[in-house]
Design a protein around this ligand. Structure first.
Ligand SMILES: NC(=O)c1ccc[n+]([C@@H]2O[C@H](COP(=O)([O-])OP(=O)(O)OC[C@H]3O[C@@H](n4cnc5c(N)ncnc54)[C@H](O)[C@@H]3O)[C@@H](O)[C@H]2O)c1
Length: 391
């Protein structure tokens, strides 16, 4: 049966949201959704009745059965925040019932399933967007501007190192079970594949590896995959050119040491960004006065420190067979002006608001769509397959 089309009638001014899966992330995200004018969280569901009950009490809404929620006539948008392996079937059921879907990442654990969700959404004129919040972080957009302005010359390579905490991930957590999570690239890597794809376009995975925790098993008697890495090439029109970006994701740190850093190396400088949803960064670059002014325009609130100043005779420099002039070496620090959790919360709200805007106006251009979810899963799947072959 073809899905009901949302084009046939105007959506209500306030979309009624049914939440499926009431674990830790859903509780954070729904607190954000309830502050948005176009959304009203009206019911929750979870396989664990106690989890649903807690969320229902917190939000002051009713509790339902999971399958009933996915097809309920009084729900316009289903927010799915269950573990990854459940996403595909639940999102498909909701789309086939004519609901918009906001699904936690990954949208599905296989490429074919992610593609099927995108196809169903397109057929039904519905949202089916994965919660890929990274590209909504305010600094992510500024970095994109720095890259595309070419103020630092060409981007040459990138390195993202995610040394994440596993303090909340006990041996029996679904995260370690590949049948449920899909593995680290699929469960987690998708965020950063999507972010870099937003900056640089399509990725080709060129190498990948993984390591498992010594002498450890999860409760399904699988090895505990705790560290994965891969290198992707972006813009591959000319073989062996393009930007190489290396991704490292590990879950093995105490929470007080949880840390993330992205480095982007350009011809005339380097950008470093910190935190899981970027909160602050440092740019070190060789500049002239005009370049410095333009960088300051892109990075508002930045603080500039002059590290070195070159007199007229020393301003001509070379790199990559090119010559250029710079009057100083500067270090620019910048920040979102928000704490880590405020930055995260804002990105969660902005992604949802962007989808709601599209539901009301099909000419609204969304920053993330179902197609981006498919691309991120495809890159993650390629990296995962290669890592398990080689590592
Ligand atoms: N977008 C982000 O930044 C972000 C951050 C963290 C987690 N997540 C994603 O959110 C999802 C949930 O993660 P979490 O950390 O909240 O997990 P969690 O284990 O805390 O919560 C999952 C909840 O789903 C329930 N559940 C399990 N199977 C179900 C099913 N088939 N039907 C209904 N309920 C079911 C569980 O009882 C539990 O309450 C995952 O996909 C994860 O990758 C996204």
């Amino acid at each position: 049966m073809p899905p009901a089309s949302s084009l046939s009638m105007a959506p209500p001014a306030t979309l009624r949201v049914g939440v499926v899966g009431c674990g830790s992330f859903a509780r954070f995200a729904t607190q954000q959704y309830r502050t948005l004018p176009g959304l009203a969280v009206t019911a929750v569901a979870d396989l664990d009745a106690a989890a649903a009950g807690r969320a229902a009490a917190e939000l002051g809404v009713g509790q339902r059965q999971v399958d009933a929620m996915l097809t309920a006539g009084d729900i316009d948008l289903v927010y799915i925040a269950t573990p990854p392996a459940a996403h595909f079937r639940q999102a498909k059921t909701a789309l086939e019932a004519g609901k918009h879907v906001l699904v936690e990442k990954p949208p599905a654990t296989t490429v074919a399933e992610a593609e099927e969700l995108a196809r169903l959404a397109a057929q039904g004129d519905l949202v089916c967007t994965a919660n890929l919040v990274e590209r909504y972080a305010p600094l992510a957009d500024l970095v994109k501007q720095v890259i595309h302005s070419r103020l630092l010359g060409e981007l040459i390579h990138g390195l993202f190192i995610n040394d994440a905490s596993d303090e909340g991930l006990g041996r029996n957590h679904w995260f370690w079970n590949r049948d449920v999570s899909g593995g680290i690239f699929i469960e987690h890597g998708v965020h950063f594949f999507d972010l870099v794809a937003d900056w640089l376009g399509a990725a080709t995975v060129v190498s990948a590896a993984r390591s498992v925790r010594p002498h450890a098993e999860n409760t399904a008697h699988q090895p505990v995959e705790e560290q994965v890495c891969c290198t992707c090439r972006y813009a591959t029109e000319i073989p062996q050119t393009g930007v190489l970006v290396h991704f490292e994701h590990g879950f093995h740190q105490p929470s007080r040491l949880d840390r993330q850093e992205l480095r982007l190396v350009f011809e005339r400088g380097e950008l470093r960004l910190f935190d899981w949803v970027f909160t602050h960064g440092i740019l070190r670059a060789l500049v002239d006065g005009a370049t410095l002014d333009r960088l300051a325009d892109i990075l508002p609130g930045s603080v500039v420190r002059q590290v070195d100043r070159f007199d007229a005779a020393a301003r001509r420099m070379r790199g990559r067979f090119k010559s250029f002039e710079a009057s100083s070496l500067v270090e620019i620090t910048f920040s979102s002006g928000l704490s880590k959790m405020e930055t995260y919360a804002r990105a969660v709200r902005d992604l949802a608001a962007d989808q709601v805007a599209w539901i009301h106006d099909r000419f609204h251009c969304r920053r993330v769509t179902a197609a981006n979810g498919v691309a991120a899963v495809a890159t993650a799947h390629a990296a995962d397959t290669l890592a398990r072959t080689t590592g």
